[in-house]
Design a protein around this ligand. Structure first.
Ligand code: NAD
Length: 501
């Protein structure tokens, strides 16, 4: 493949060879270039630069900060086709999804522009005479964004658009598997800054490419009060402890082991379409991928043959080509992890359909697979584990309570859904005794969240944190201010100190 035109349109002139991160495309295994890396030892200086940017940016009025994000949205619109294609090349998702990812970036910019005029605090009735109380939300400081390979650009923007209008500069550590798309976003951001004018300080966005050690250095830096980390549950556990040790704030968006309950009254036609889209799309490499299907015993025999027929007709191939629904796994490690999970499922009594390597003759250095359906006798350990590949485990239930208990009995509680036309079942699923996930849907699959709602969040971390709703509060500090406009100074309830004269 020859992609130099695309890279140069995105402003990416990469040195030929040399040291750094070697980037290869999961589409065919070909090299895309080598990207310079930041050493972990450089992070203290970088954090100090970001801190200086903060000292200027926090004084720029929030609606003016919103103007920069509005321009970023415009630049993203202009670069959408190219950036979407680069996402496909570097990550391997189909072009429509690459473009969809960029559209999410544009949408969150629009959201953040409006937000820049709505960073509201409360006014509070004081219990003391002659006093007024109010809350103000102030910027916090540099925000580190550590992102995962499977959403290489959208996750950054969900954080960055909010952080920037909230007055926080951003230091971005992208996945070591997707450094090119991060550099392309940096160029796009620089174009927005150039149009914005001189009240944008230098270093509002710093991209640091590198491995886990670079992420660890950011997590440890006392000059970085907010760490927003998206990735595996393992990574989240490590990051949260380190950030808590120094009283920093972490925003964690972690793995998912998402389920769908298919109830007796479900519209099976709709359910089959939703299952295929959410279980095989992005080759099972979405945090919100459907991984567990919990089907009522009375509809299982009607559902499974239709599902298997739909799986058999799914087109697997080069994600740059039109009509392809399933692209490759990211790398050989992902393929081996999938095969190990299928072996374990078989050892636990599972019956596997699909799951084998595909297109190996055409793409010897890439890892295409047939999505797998695994009928399980029980929810064993392997089912409760997030394997980042297109494996759909099928379980059977008799009562709704049993189905909800199965769905909640995993350590990763990100997204969930029920297919039913029975309002009692739907409302029970959404109630306090229902799904324990940050996202709970009725008659929609678990993937494909909108930016307007708070996204992500494991059940251990308290539900969705990034993106919409009131997530902006995580990027700011609350100050409660009391103004005494009386002539008395109350010291404590009932005690007053009168100023004479
Ligand atoms: P990963 O955990 O391997 O890596 C994610 C990022 O964390 C990378 O940039 C990596 O360099 C960095 N990192 C790893 N260990 C670190 C540490 N100890 N300290 C600091 N940084 C560290 O995840 P991945 O394989 O890139 O992505 C797949 C995972 O991400 C899946 O579990 C998926 O469900 C999850 N994910 C979640 C969301 C969400 O919003 N909930 C979105 C996308 C992906």
């Amino acid at each position: 493949m020859q992609h130099s035109d695309l890279l140069s349109r995105l402003g990416l002139e990469l040195p030929a060879g040399g040291s750094g991160l070697a980037v290869r495309s999961p589409v065919d295994g070909a090299s895309l270039g080598t990207v310079p890396v930041t050493a972990a030892s450089e992070i203290p200086d970088i954090a100090a630069r970001s801190q200086r940017a903060f000292e200027a940016w926090r004084n720029v009025p929030a609606p003016r900060r919103g103007e920069l994000v509005r321009l970023l949205g415009e630049e993203l619109r202009a670069a959408k086709e190219d950036l979407g294609r680069l996402v496909t090349l570097e990550m391997g998702k189909i072009v429509q999804e690459g473009l969809g990812e960029v559209q999410e970036m544009i949408d969150i910019c629009d959201f953040a522009v409006g937000l820049s005029r709505q960073l509201y605090g409360l006014t509070i009735a004081s219990e003391r005479p002659g006093h007024a109380m109010r809350e103000t939300w102030h910027p916090m400081g540099p925000c580190a964004v550590i992102s995962a390979f499977n959403f290489p650009v959208a996750v950054w923007s969900w954080n960055a658009a909010l952080a920037l209008v909230c007055g926080d500069p951003v230091i971005w550590k992208p996945s070591e598997k997707t450094p090119l798309t991060a550099l392309a976003c940096q160029r796009i951001f620089e174009r927005a800054v150039a149009r914005f004018g001189s009240d944008a300080p230098a270093d509002l966005l710093i991209v640091v490419n590198g491995g886990r050690d670079v992420g660890e250095a950011l997590v440890a830096s006392p000059l970085v009060p907010i760490v927003s980390a998206t990735g595996s549950t393992r990574m989240g556990r490590e990051v949260s402890v380190k950030v808590a040790e120094r009283f920093g704030r972490s925003i964690l968006e972690l793995g998912g082991n998402n389920a769908m309950i298919v109830a007796p009254t479900a519209d099976l036609e709709m359910a089959v379409r939703a299952i295929v889209f959410s279980a095989v799309g992005t080759c099972g490499q979405r945090c919100t991928t459907l991984r567990r299907l919990i089907v009522h015993k009375d509809v299982r025999d009607a559902l499974l043959p239709r599902l298997k027929a739909a799986y058999a007709s799914v087109s697997i191939g080069n994600p740059l080509e039109a009509g392809v629904l399933v692209g490759p796994l990211n790398d050989k490690g992902a393929f081996e992890g999938m095969q190990r999970a299928l072996e374990q499922a078989k050892a636990d009594g599972g019956v596997v359909t699909g799951g084998e390597r595909a297109l190996a003759d055409q793409y010897a250095d890439a890892w295409y697979v047939k999505p797998a359906i695994v009928e399980m006798p029980a929810q064993t350990d392997i089912v409760r584990h997030e394997t980042f590949a297109p494996i759909l485990y099928v379980l059977t239930y008799e009562t709704l309570e049993e189905a909800i208990a199965l769905q909640n009995a995993v350590p990763q509680g990100l997204s969930s859904c029920i297919f039913t036309t029975d309002i009692r079942e739907a409302e029970t699923f959404l109630s306090a005794a229902g799904s324990d996930c940050g996202i709970a849907n009725v008659n929609i699959g678990p993937s494909g969240a909108e930016i307007g709602g708070a996204f992500g969040g494991e059940k251990e971390t308290g539900g969705g944190r990034e993106s919409g709703s009131d997530s902006w509060k995580a990027y700011m500090r609350r100050q409660t201010a009391t103004v005494n406009y009386s002539k008395a100074l109350p010291l404590a309830q009932g005690i007053k100190f009168e100023i004479m004269g």
